[in-house]
Design a protein around this ligand. Structure first.
Ligand code: APR
Length: 239
């Protein structure tokens, strides 16, 4: 099976990656679902919502500050580096649900952050947006306009940035190989991207140690970690 997949990948013109929390798991960043789905006593799914933020902004900021610290301290792993290296041999686009910036730090040039970035903050009211270089000092940061600031991420109950999403659909619809890794594919609309690729007759490859809700729709499912499987893929191009 691997040989067949390898041949297809080697002959591909455009590979689109759809990535999720699992690709950063080997960098020490916890995933959301499964055993990592708790932060202190809170269900993380309940914290990543616009309602949770307005009900208890301090708590949600505390969660993001703690995660940001972990992310700043983390390093890209061989999975991120393999994707960046693949970009030297073939047209590669990364459509990521991750907000950790590790694909970019590994050197990937074409990354669309579907769910925003933990490294940026924005105002809840005006157009202010800024990249965070150092840890925030304020427990509850306030914008110059007087309104509360928030992480520049997409929460449950919010829409994706429409421009980013439009481009994500275009890339997914144009690829001949889509590699889906580190995502449980339960969150919409990112989990519709494989459908756009399939409409272009693309080959769908899932890399995930666990089965997902869409495993049966894949052409190939590799039950490996992303770091292991992607390192194997990139070696096909080196040889
Ligand atoms: N390599 C590849 N996959 C892995 C690895 C690994 N080393 N470790 C875990 N996984 C897989 C898990 O089996 C699981 O299927 O990664 C997936 C992680 O799933 P989720 O935690 O649901 O993460 P994700 O799909 O990115 O979540 C989507 O939900 O909470 C929101 O906005 C948040 O972007 C996030 C979205």
């Amino acid at each position: 099976m691997f040989k067949e997949v390898a041949k297809k990948i080697k002959n591909s013109k455009k590979i689109v990656f759809v990535t999720g929390a699992g690709i950063s798991q080997e960098s020490g960043i916890p995933t959301f679902r499964g055993k990592d789905g708790l932060w202190r006593k809170y269900d993380v799914m309940q914290l990543a919502t616009i309602n949770a933020f307005y009900e208890n902004p301090l708590l949600v900021w505390e969660w993001y500050n703690e995660r940001r610290k972990g992310i700043f301290a983390a390093k890209p792993n061989p999975g991120h580096y393999a994707i960046a290296e693949l970009g030297k041999y073939v047209d590669v686009v990364v459509l990521t649900q991750n907000i950790d910036g590790l694909h970019q730090r590994a050197g990937s040039l074409n990354v669309l952050e579907l769910h925003g970035s933990i490294i940026r903050i924005k105002c809840t009211v005006c157009n202010f947006k800024e990249e965070i270089k150092n840890e925030l000092n304020d427990v509850l940061p306030i914008c110059k306009c007087g309104n509360i600031l928030r992480p520049d991420v997409v929460w449950f109950g919010e829409s994706l940035d429409q421009d980013i999403w439009k481009h994500a659909i275009i890339h997914a619809s144009q690829c001949d190989v889509m590699i889906i890794t580190g995502t449980s594919l339960v969150v919409s609309p990112a989990n519709t991207l494989p459908i756009y690729a399939k409409q272009n007759n693309a080959m769908l490859i899932e890399i995930n140690p666990e089965k997902t809700v869409m495993s049966l729709n894949m052409d190939y499912s590799l039950r490996k970690s992303s770091a292991v499987a992607l390192s194997e893929f990139v070696s096909i191009f080196r040889n």
